[in-house]
Design a binder for this molecule. Structure first.
Ligand code: HEC
Length: 264
């Protein structure tokens, strides 16, 4: 299904189509890709996992409180990251899921997270669960917590980290995501400190990546950009990664959630 569209795209390029035409064709291509994306399969698999009894307690995640009450899924993802009283910590979706796997299912953090970012051919529970939970916020405006002091501190830390240069290349996030019109291998690099660019990004993660046929979470995205910066990879769901996710999501707040998205 994809090949003929690429072909069309090439033809329009060969015809010397103006930049506008090319842009339109790329948008058309993205739309077609989205229409045939397998995101729904991940959502369905996640729904099954959500209700699956596992761990020493032989319990499901159905009573997990994602911020709006035990078991409330509708709109919950759109209000993350947020501060949770029971953990006295700002958490993103993946941190909260790990928390519930511990408290409800009795699983250890090591066991529950051991397969994340691991086997590329076999997604972990986090990819499936993220797809399912996020899908339950479609249409809800992104509204991460910013009322609690720890939420505001997370934003401030995330902002600092975004512009903090370090590592062998002395890169910050802003080195790649700080200037309009920057690209790497045809990938547009959104200026994530600006609401206009952050809004469509936070409204479409987690996402399916067509280039390697995998479903990816926001924790993975942040981790992979650290890797691209030749920096040590941060610990999964660490406060540092959640601070960055908070910063990005607050920058993009107000945008109706329309993911899980489909990326190139
Ligand atoms: C060396 C350049 C580079 C640096 C530095 C970098 N990134 Fe990225 N980032 C990329 C590239 C390239 C992509 C697009 C990848 C793709 O499409 O496969 C990307 C994509 C992203 C996306 C997804 C954008 C979208 O359109 O959905 C987010 C979010 C992101 N980066 C966050 C960060 C954060 C946070 C940092 C700092 C911790 C960072 N990046 C540092 C190169 C970089």
């Amino acid at each position: 299904m994809r090949a003929p569209i690429l072909f069309l795209l090439l033809i329009s390029l060969a015809n010397g189509g103006f930049a506008q035409d090319v842009k339109k064709e790329i948008e058309k291509y993205q739309q077609m890709v989205a229409d045939s994306s397998p995101v729904e399969l991940f959502e369905l698999q996640g729904e099954i996992l959500w209700a699956k009894r596992q761990g020493p307690n032989n319990a499901s995640l159905e009573q997990c409180d994602l911020g709006l009450g035990a078991g409330v899924l509708k709109g919950a993802y759109a209000q993350l990251p947020r501060w949770f009283k029971d953990a006295d910590r700002v958490m993103d979706l993946e941190a909260r899921l790990l928390h519930c796997m511990g408290t409800l299912q009795g699983r250890s953090r090591e066991e529950a997270s051991k397969r994340v970012f691991g086997n590329e051919d076999q997604p972990s529970e986090m990819e499936y669960l993220s797809a399912f939970v996020a899908s339950q916020s479609r249409g809800a405006a992104m509204a991460p917590g910013q009322a609690h002091a720890k939420e505001r501190a997370a934003y401030a830390l995330g902002q600092k980290l975004f512009f903090f240069r370090a590592g062998p290349w002395d890169f910050s996030c802003a080195s790649c995501h700080g200037e309009e019109g920057k690209r790497i291998r045809m990938q547009e690099l959104p200026v994530l400190s600006s609401p206009a660019a952050a809004r469509p990004v936070v409204a479409t993660w987690p996402a399916y990546r067509v280039s390697n046929s995998q479903f990816k979470t926001m924790q993975w995205r942040i981790n992979d950009c650290f890797r691209q910066m030749r920096m040590p990879e941060p610990a999964y769901t660490s406060d540092l990664t959640i601070a960055i996710a908070t910063y990005l999501t607050v920058n993009g707040k107000g945008e109706p959630y329309r993911g899980p998205g489909t990326k190139r």
